[in-house]
Write a protein of this length. Structure first.
Lengths: 267, 248
């Protein structure tokens, strides 16, 4: 058994004639928290979808627990996904189900556990994210941070080996951000899982990640521990981690001459 | 044109997958029962009120014509046959498309927009088995019952106008209806029509929701398309089925 639970090997992916990823190599060791960072539109979320088998690579392969994801049939993909949990950017809670039923959903759908045991497990998962008292609330009654925590409880409902997080800190207040940050690390260690975080929030991600990949222009532009990357001399990484306005990624979208455009009657 | 053919193919594929993954809808019938409540029971009010008015108007218009030929007692037959053979299945399908069809499309479209379907997929739960199939069977079960109710309430509306209001003989109203409405040629054919319309309307609503671009505008257009395509399909199918039933 390899030490890496997920391996991405020479992966290329594109659509409509445009290559989004060009020969990416990544490894996600068991028990670690690994972050994929990069600017908006750099294909970070697409990498999660490739790992989950929702889309197929143009070239190369993704291996999960030694199995090539895109070579699996529907049942094989579903077997692999039972080892995964995913936290979507906005939670993706089922709006017609209560908090309790949302967390119970994967247990009821994928296991034959009796309802009494499901109740105990759900309350345990909700307690782990600090929301046992909110079990009766509907998703519309939850704040953004609470919804994200319920979604996290649902993602870990079946104790997955891999937990994927798509922008887990986006749009949260500093307190909720801190809570989610702490939960990702503590749940990963408690479950002995591997966490893959896609994010562009440098401070929070660097706080909990063991290893970070930077994706830019379809390739892995840099990789290393958060400490290494903070010291990185690479212009793109330096601009990204220090949040500088201008650098290799220009502030302005490519455009024509400003003065002549202002003098023109119409755009 | 190519896009339309592609959509037709994608719709047919969704239909076959829905049939293949329908086992869950019957093994866990409470999922289907819940959808029957939302599509069928919640459509009852609009169906009953519409049927009542349609029956009353049929009686008024029918009497106006029939009395010129001295056969106003045949009003019961006219109302019953119009409802059972045509108006019951067709108007129910049109109302169903407007009331339940749009709700199905909007719900599934929003589930897609808010990544609920993707979340289900990532949990190794098949959205076609869990979301699409129970709604499909709920529509197929609900619509023939709604069409039957439509015809019954329509006949009652026609009776109230024809007998107490206009003064047609009550015995003639019912006996002529009993003598001239045939179970196989009229009632069974009406039921067949409503089942076909149910499959078409529900499938169109489900496909439009499933295929909707994940944006507010995408869901809005999909909802509109559900009503337009369902209505045209029902009217077209009605002509085809009626012709076929006349020949056989």
């Amino acid at each position: 058994m390899t030490d890496n639970i997920v391996e991405i090997d020479n992966l290329s992916f594109g659509y409509k004639g445009r290559l989004l990823h060009k020969g990416i190599n990544m490894a996600f060791p068991r028990g670690k928290v690994v972050a994929i960072m990069g600017g908006s539109g750099s294909g970070k979320t697409t990498l999660l979808r490739l790992i989950g088998g929702q889309i197929k690579p143009t070239q190369g392969e993704v291996r999960v627990d030694g199995m090539v994801v895109h070579e699996q049939d529907r049942d094989g993909i579903y077997q692999l996904r039972r080892k995964m949990g995913m936290l979507f950017q906005h939670g993706a809670l089922f709006t017609d189900l209560s908090t309790f039923d949302n967390v119970a959903f994967p247990m009821r759908e994928l296991t034959d556990l009796p309802e009494s045991m499901i109740k105990d497990l759900v309350l345990m998962k909700l307690n782990a994210v600090g929301l046992r008292g909110a079990h009766a609330l509907m998703p519309t009654e939850l704040s953004g941070g609470m919804a994200r925590r319920v979604a996290l409880a649902r993602a870990i409902a079946l104790d997955p080996c891999i937990i994927m997080y798509d922008e887990p800190f986006a749009g949260l207040d500093p307190i909720s951000m801190g809570v989610i940050c702490d939960l990702i690390r503590s749940l990963n260690d408690a479950l002995g899982a591997t966490s893959i975080i896609v994010s562009h929030d440098v401070k929070e991600t660097f706080l909990i990640a063991d290893y970070v990949y930077f994706v830019a222009d379809g390739v892995v532009a840099a990789e290393g521990t958060p400490h290494d990357l903070m010291q990185s001399p690479l212009p793109f990484v330096h601009q990204f981690v220090h949040g500088e306005k201008d650098g290799p990624v220009p502030f302005h979208y490519p455009a024509g001459n400003y003065q002549s455009e202002l003098l023109k009657q119409r755009l | 044109m190519i896009a339309r053919v592609w959509r037709l193919g994608a719709g047919a594929r969704l239909f076959f997958l829905t049939i293949i993954y329908s086992g869950e809808s019957f093994r866990r019938f409470h999922l289907t029962l819940r959808e029957i409540y939302f599509t069928g029971v919640m459509s009852l009010l609009i169906i009953i009120v519409s049927a009542f008015f349609v029956g009353m108007v049929l009686a008024l218009q029918g009497y106006n014509t029939l009395q010129k030929y001295g056969s106003s007692e045949a009003i019961g037959v006219l109302v019953a046959l119009s409802l059972v053979r045509e108006l019951g299945p067709v108007v129910t399908a049109l109302l169903f498309a407007g009331r339940a069809g749009t709700a199905i499309t909007a719900e599934i479209g929003l589930m897609k927009t808010t990544e609920q379907l993707s979340a289900m997929e990532m949990m190794a739960v098949n959205p076609i088995a869990r979301v699409v199939a129970p709604r499909f069977w709920a529509g197929v079960i609900s619509m023939p019952i709604l069409a039957a109710l439509f015809s019954m309430v329509g006949v009652l509306g026609g009776y109230l106008v024809a007998v107490p209001l206009i003064g047609v003989d009550s015995g003639a109203f019912w006996s002529q209806m009993q003598a001239n409405v045939d179970v196989r040629a009229d009632i069974i054919n009406g039921v067949i029509k409503s089942v076909v319309f149910a499959v078409a309307c529900t499938m169109i609503a489900l496909f439009e929701g499933f295929d909707a671009p994940p944006t507010a505008e995408g869901v809005s257009h999909a909802t509109t398309r559900t009503v337009v395509i369902s209505s045209l399909t029902v009217l077209g199918l009605d002509f085809v089925l009626t012709s076929f039933m006349m020949v056989v």
